[in-house]
Write a protein that binds this ligand. Sequence first.
Ligand code: TYD
Ligand code: MG
Length: 460
Amino acid sequence: MARPRTVHRCSECGASAPRWAGRCVACGTWNSLVEEQPSAPPAAGATSARWGGEQAVPLVDVDVAGATPRPTGLAEFDRVLGGGLVPGSVTLLGGEPGVGKSTLLLQVLRALATGGARVLLVSAEESAQQVRLRAERLGDLPPTLLLLSGTDLAAAARAIVGLDPELVVIDSVQTLADASTAGVPGSVAQVRTCGDALVRLAKDRDVPLVLVSHVTKEGTLAGPRVLEHLVDTVLTVEGDRHHALRLLRAVKHRFGATGELGLFEMEDTGLRAVSDPYRFLLGDRRPGVPGSAVLPAVEGQRALLVELQALVAPAGPGATPRRSAQGLDPGRLALLLAVLDRRAGVAVGPVDVFASVVGGIRVAEPAADLALVLAVASACQQVPVPADLAAFGEVGLGGELRQVPHASRRLAEVARVGFHRALVPAFTPDGPPDVELVRVSSLHEAVQVALAPRLAGTAG
Ligand code: TYD
Ligand code: MG
């Protein structure tokens, strides 16, 4: 018999390749291919005679009562999920190490257990002592909050069957392993086997399951993309571990809307819902300082004003100018600097440019372009952007300003926070009456207008 051929699978996108290569041809990620043992051939008899008997039903008759979310008691978490966790649903909670995934889920488990529910935490990453010490920081520990510490999939499955809990959390799916599957914990084969088995168990037993999954920029652990197809809901926690603000959002949700944003603050006693994010985002802003611009960003369904900052400094003689982007895409920054240089006549070629988003959050939308280039231009020219002016719009390669989605939501937030003017692309529709729109059609015009003494002088 021919030796079964192994395949190599990309831990980022799940694509397979017949032999190892340094780079995945499907998604372009470097060093992401890992060897995987082939699966058994399909069972014999897979002919049409085997299939049959399944009845399709009218969609309108499908019972949806089972798909009703049940609140966990952690209000901000429930809100992001559209009410809570659906029995039998599987949720993947992703985020970088240290961002607060374990803490958040301990709080969810505690909230349910405080209401008398039996809940199970399978900790495959930390010892029982470590989990207890951490959990004690969050408050009293109800006796129905159960812990299984270990990395064996079978033991976890036995505990789920034996204890019949009302919520299961696996922390993390990348450290769990199935004894009969080849590969180290975290390999694509292991993650998929464990994920598959747990998803089936959750559906069978109608218990909500949350899988924690680390996301690393290097992609050394089996990527969550292998799991994304298996699960009903994907939640992400974002934030910078040196800052307190954390953003929780649903990026995939089979039971409700995506894009709802939950805001938390990391404290000594766990994560606390934040009612006023502007304490973090605009609280320390110093109006009148060059190199700062305010963007009404849209995160999910919600508009949030964030401050973008830039600092420019002469590059050393003969040195390649440095570009640093924190919370922003460095490629986008480089492109915008080129447009600023070529189309708006702001010479950024010979200077180091440092740009960042305040509050440790990340802004990825093209709508941020205008505020970012304004911050850079303001830093270059040492002229502050007026303190009550917000700006949004996409910048094209020709230096033109392009409209962006959710203009009315952005302008409503600009008004609510008390800014009086917004610099926007020419055809942006009117917003609330208390926000004056300054419409511009090119980056050149935007820089002229925003940094002109005339506009600065009318600041209210
Ligand atoms: P953790 O939940 O372990 O992150 P993850 O599971 O995503 O890796 O928490 C990370 C950080 O949060 C850790 O450095 C300690 C800090 N922390 C607090 O600041 N307050 C707390 O109450 C707890 C439990 C943790
Ligand atoms: Mg953790």
